[in-house]
Design a binder for this molecule. Sequence first.
Ligand code: BGC
Length: 371
Amino acid sequence: MHLSRRRLLYGSAGVAVATMAGCSTDGESSSLSGFTGIAMPTQTSDRWVIEGGFLEQQLQEAGYKTILQYGDDDPELQITQIRSMVDQGVEFLIIGAIDNRSLGEILATAKNRGVTIISYDRLILDTPDVDYYASFDNYEVGVLQAKHILDRLGVQEEGVEGPFNIELFSGSLDDSNSQYFFQGALDTLERYTYSGVIAIPSNETEQEVTSTERWSGAVAMDRMTRLLEDHYEDRELHAVLAPYDGISRGVVYALEDFGLAPGTDEFPVVTGQDAEALSVQFIRDEKGQSQTVFKDTRDLAAVASGMVKSIVNGNDPEVNDLGTYNNGFKFVPSYLLQPVNIDQSNWEEELVGSEYLTVEDVDNAVEPQEF
Ligand code: BGC
C-alpha cells in the first residue's frame, strides 16, 4: 500500500501547494546548498511515511541533498539520528519530534553550526533554537472532533436533555499537539458538560489521565477496556473522543470485544484524525469509527520544503502566524494549514477527489499497528 500510494502522491506534487512561492524580502541567493536532514518520528502511521518521502522528493527535485530517518518512536534514537545528520554537515533540519522536550541539547549543537531548524507538525519545546514551525491549526482539529460528536448525538437539537455518556482520549503527553487537540475539543464540549447534557461517567477528564503514550492504539485499547469494565456494565456509552485514527481503532476493537456491534445504534460515535486508509474504510463501511480529520500532509511537506528553498534563495520564509505557538522561549514563527472534517458524506470527494487516497487504498488497507 505504501509504495503505490507514495508514488501517487509524488505524481500530484505539482498541485500540492504553491504557498511558499511568494517571498517576503529581497534576498540575494545564499551560499547554502540546501543540504537537509529530515527526522520523522515513526513508520507505524501512514502519514509520517508519506511525508518523509514527500519531503525528500521535494527537496531533491530542487537539487538539494537529503538524509531521511525515522526514529521508531524512540526519543534517544531520534537524538542519535539528528546528531549524525549534524555531523554530516546538514544546513537544515526538518524535525517531526518524538519527545518534544528532549531535543534541546542536540539543537543547541546544531544551531552553533549554523543549522536552520524547522519544527515539523509538532512544536519542539523548551529551546530557543527552533527557527520555524510548519503545522496545522491543531486547536481546530479538536473542535472538529467534538462537533462531530455533538452533531451525531443531536445534542444541539431542541428539547434534547441527555445525559449522553462520553469518554475522552488524548494523545501522547510528550507531543505538544496533544494539548491543542484536547483543548479544542474540551472547549467545544464545555457548555454541554456544564449543563449536564453530556456526562463523563469515568470522571477522567484531565489531559494526563486521558493521555495515550506514544499515540499507541494498543494502549488506548487497554484503557477503553478498563473504562468499559469499570463504568459501562449497566450503562450505555454514546461517544468516544479519540484524537488519532490509530487510537480510534484501538477504541473500536475494545468496544467490539465488549460485545458492541459496529453499525448498530448501540455502538458509540468514535472520532479520529489523519485520514488513515483503514480508518477511512471503517468510516465508509460503518465499522465503528465515523469521523476523521484530514490534514493534507502533501501541503505541509510543501510548506516545510518551501521554507528551506526560500532561505537557500536568500529570502525569508513565508509565515502566517506569529502569536499562537509559544515553545517556552518564544512564539515560533509559524505557517499553519487548515484541517478538514471527514465523515461518510465527504470522504470520497475530499480524499479520493484530491488524490490523497485511492479507493483501492481504502479497500485494501490493513492494520499497520500491533494490538
Ligand atoms: C500529529 C497527528 C498524529 C499524531 C500521531 C500528532 O503530532 O499532529 O496528525 O495523529 O501525532 O502520529
